[in-house]
Design a protein around this ligand. Structure first.
Ligand SMILES: *[C@@H]1O[C@H](CO)[C@@H](O)[C@H](O)[C@H]1NC(C)=O
Ligand SMILES: *[C@@H]1O[C@H](CO)[C@@H](O)[C@H](O)[C@H]1NC(C)=O
Ligand SMILES: *[C@@H]1O[C@H](CO)[C@@H](O)[C@H](O)[C@H]1NC(C)=O
Length: 441
């Protein structure tokens, strides 16, 4: 009995072993077959991709996404700056956030040679002229300073859909000359589109390489070392939590003169022959007035330490250049271009309880002193437009709903300018004497 049993067991063991052997052979075969096929497929795929890429090497498809309000199409980081300008893990760099149309883009070369940090630049492009996009890509590809500093973001008009734009990539960087590029860009005529300035500003901020932004115009030239100095002050005050923005003093220099980049040179030209003046001081004082200019000069000349000093929000036409955090309010994109588009941000900052601190030693300068009043005339003319007024009122209503408690603090959002001079308010958010505090860095 046990013999039969052991014979049966032996049979099953053999059978089992046999099955196991067959199974292993089968599995090995299947494995080899799968391996063979997957290698074959991979080779085919690689060949295919390679084939495609050699075919597409000369063109690039630029994919754009619609904005929330479906009025524009955007591609962030069309090209990226290769340097991230993070010298120290504890310091958030300050990114220069700017915007431009193609005919103003030549000013970018002033920026890449004077601003020492990252530049986030939104460019408004007519999608019917893809050559401009290709040109932009070429500049980034071939110009070392642009490649190091600038991230470009593309904005076009939304037209039913945001079709990708195919651009040609055929250039030889050894033939690139910055001078030629500047001359070419200068020769481009302005397109007929209304430039969506607040969308452009927000795109530059959202695409920025860091969380602290200085919002500036592309024609302004910053003082020496501005990025390094600003980074140190801004990391203490512009944190996204403190509700503080820094204000940069702006000047204008007479056409044809060298742009002063140190406080000494600036003061020299400001004082001795008035070839430097405060930005739009005569033209639009309520928009640009910043108090304490004399002590600002004294402190800037006397010390290399940066001080930040509180200044009041004086009237709803004020439009200071600010250093601001990514978490702070954005520009209102419903406010029409040139209709108090930047004033609305300063106003919202005041209503939201922000404080404004002017920093010493750091400033920027505009080439050319604006003397005519065309800007103001335009402003006033546009103020009459019903649609703009309506949007402006809607903005004011939104501010009152969002920030009901600061109605009295920040002046009215007043669309009437009284004989060129807005009513002056002296509104400090917080305690008055807090603003006499000076922060040394
Ligand atoms: C753009 O690039 C920066 C890095 O330079 C990155 O931090 C950011 O998230 C990118 N933005 C978008 C919208 O892709
Ligand atoms: C003013 O001074 C600057 C240098 O300090 C000089 O270059 C410029 O020519 C002067 N302008 C006039 C109008 O004198
Ligand atoms: C300038 O510096 C001198 C000496 O360092 C000091 O006595 C003076 O008070 C300073 N002036 C201002 C305006 O800070």
């Amino acid at each position: 009995m046990s013999d039969i049993l052991s014979a049966a067991t032996e049979y099953h063991r053999k059978e089992y072993n046999n099955f196991g052997r067959l199974l292993r052979i089968y599995q090995r075969k299947r494995f080899l077959r799968n391996l063979f096929f997957s290698v074959l497929v991979s080779v085919c795929l690689i060949a295919l991709v390679h084939h495609n890429s050699t075919q597409l090497e000369d063109s690039l498809s630029v994919h754009l996404e619609p904005t929330d309000h479906f009025r524009y199409c955007i591609q962030y980081n069309f090209t990226r700056s290769y340097d991230n300008f993070r010298v120290n893990a504890d310091l958030e760099p300050v990114t220069l956030a700017m915007h431009s149309s193609i005919d103003f883009l030549h000013y970018m070369f002033d920026q890449v040679t004077t601003w020492e940090g990252a530049i986030s630049l939104s460019v408004f492009i007519d999608r019917n002229v893809p050559e401009y996009l290709s040109y932009l890509y070429r500049i980034h590809d071939c110009d070392e300073d642009v490649r190091r500093h600038v991230s470009f973001h593309i904005v076009t008009i939304f037209d039913m859909v945001c079709d990708p734009i195919v651009i040609q990539k055929t250039w030889d960087c050894s033939l690139y000359l910055r001078e030629d590029t500047i001359n070419y860009l200068r020769s481009i005529r302005r397109s007929g589109f209304i430039y969506p300035i607040n969308v452009m500003r927000n795109v530059a901020r959202r695409g920025a390489q860091s969380k602290i932004h200085i919002l500036s115009d592309i024609e302004m030239v910053f003082s020496l070392d501005a990025e390094r100095l600003l980074t140190r002050v801004a990391n203490k005050l512009v944190t996204g939590k403190k509700k503080i923005v820094l204000v940069i003093r702006r000047f204008e220099v007479e056409d044809g003169l060298d742009v002063p980049r140190t406080a000494e040179k600036l003061y020299d030209m400001f004082l001795t022959n008035r070839s430097v003046v405060e930005f739009h001081a005569k033209l639009f004082p309520e928009g640009h007035f910043i108090p304490y200019i004399n002590s600002w000069f004294e402190e800037s000349l006397n010390s290399t330490k940066i001080r930040a000093r509180g200044v009041p929000y004086s009237n709803s036409f004020w439009e200071p250049q600010v250093v601001i955090h990514a978490y702070d309010p954005m520009h209102d994109e419903t406010i029409p271009t040139r209709h108090r588009d930047h004033q609305a941000l300063a106003y919202e900052l005041c209503r939201a309880g922000y404080r404004f601190f002017v920093v010493t030693n750091i400033f920027n300068v505009h080439r050319g002193i604006k003397k005519s009043t065309t800007f103001l005339d335009n402003e006033v003319a546009r103020l009459g437009q019903e649609a703009n007024l309506l949007r402006s009122r809607i903005f004011f209503r939104r501010m009152n709903l969002l920030y009901p408690t600061t109605y009295l603090k920040c002046a009215r959002w007043d669309n009437r300018k009284v004989a060129g001079r807005a009513r002056q308010f002296t509104s400090f958010n917080g305690k008055q004497n807090e603003f006499n505090t000076e922060y040394g860095f």
